[in-house]
Design a protein around this ligand. Structure first.
Ligand SMILES: [Zn+2]
Length: 271
């Protein structure tokens, strides 16, 4: 059994790009922990920040249960303000402390090198998490952790997802988990309502005519999300070389590329 640790900025980040893979890890008996950096309180056109914090906290846990996630760690930074409220060194240190406590084999997070990422929270998590995972085995990084009884820890595998991915080298067949992935996304009700409403803003502003979208009650988001996720999974599968119907893709580094020195030896895949 391996320990998988996911760092995300918001409650639904990981589900969009890695929900099927996470569900697969969990179904195969690996332990998955998710760290959610913010309190998710900006993403609604209907609810106050206070209402939204409570709703999204509940939905974060509901979706995690659907995916088979063992543990959720919310850090509670203000949504949208993570990069401004948490100095980079502080956020990286918090992430590194969690890595040294949980000793994950695999860390999954936003890709710090993918282009066109517009959300500052995603960029902040990507940078802090990738650096924390890269340096958690260096004893001179955050030596106060060691003084407090923690040990250094080497993270074997670094998996990155992105909206505009580059250099993906690991694809996962999620045919058996596409329904679970979509179910987890549907559990993020407030965020799914927001997603549809945001599409309607674009439609209204553009003056274009898409009658089914214009007349859709954003609370009836299920069919739209289902269709979008199947289309996305199908597109990844087509470029993956796998023979499955749906896939997810990652840029991945394993053991810092040490495989290239070990001729004719392959590291087995976990998913
Ligand atoms: Zn997000």
């Amino acid at each position: 059994m391996k320990q998988v640790l996911v760092f995300e900025a918001h409650g639904d980040d990981m589900e969009f790009f890695a929900g099927g893979t996470i569900a697969k890890f969990a179904a195969l008996g690996h332990a998955v922990t998710v760290v959610c950096a913010t309190d998710n309180d900006k993403g609604s056109f209907e609810l106050s920040a206070e209402q939204l914090r409570a709703v999204r906290d509940r939905e974060l846990n509901d979706a995690a249960a659907i995916l088979g996630i063992t543990r959720v760690i919310p850090l509670g930074y203000s949504d949208g303000d993570l990069a401004y409220d948490a100095p980079p060194r502080e956020l990286r240190g918090q992430f590194m402390r969690i890595i040294r406590e949980l000793t994950p084999d695999i860390v999954i997070t936003w890709d710090p090198h993918a282009p066109y990422e517009g959300h500052p929270d995603h960029r902040a998590v990507a940078t802090a998490a990738s650096e924390a995972a890269a340096f958690s085995h260096f004893q001179n990084f955050y030596p106060e952790h060691l003084a407090q009884g923690l040990q250094t820890h080497y993270v074997s595998e670094h998996w990155f997802f992105a909206k505009s991915p580059r250099d993906q080298n690991k694809f996962v067949d999620i045919d058996d988990f596409i329904d679970v992935k979509i179910g987890a996304l549907h559990a993020h009700k407030a965020q799914m309502v927001l997603t549809v409403r945001d599409m309607q803003f674009g439609l209204e502003a553009s003056g274009l005519s898409v009658p089914w979208l214009a007349s859709l009650d954003p609370h009836d988001y299920h069919a739209v999300i289902d269709k979008q996720m199947r289309a996305a999974g199908s597109a990844v599968s087509k470029r993956s070389g796998l023979s499955c119907q749906y896939a997810e893709g990652f840029r991945r580094s394993r053991y810092n590329g040490i495989e290239s020195l070990a001729k004719d030896q392959l590291i087995p895949e976990d998913v």
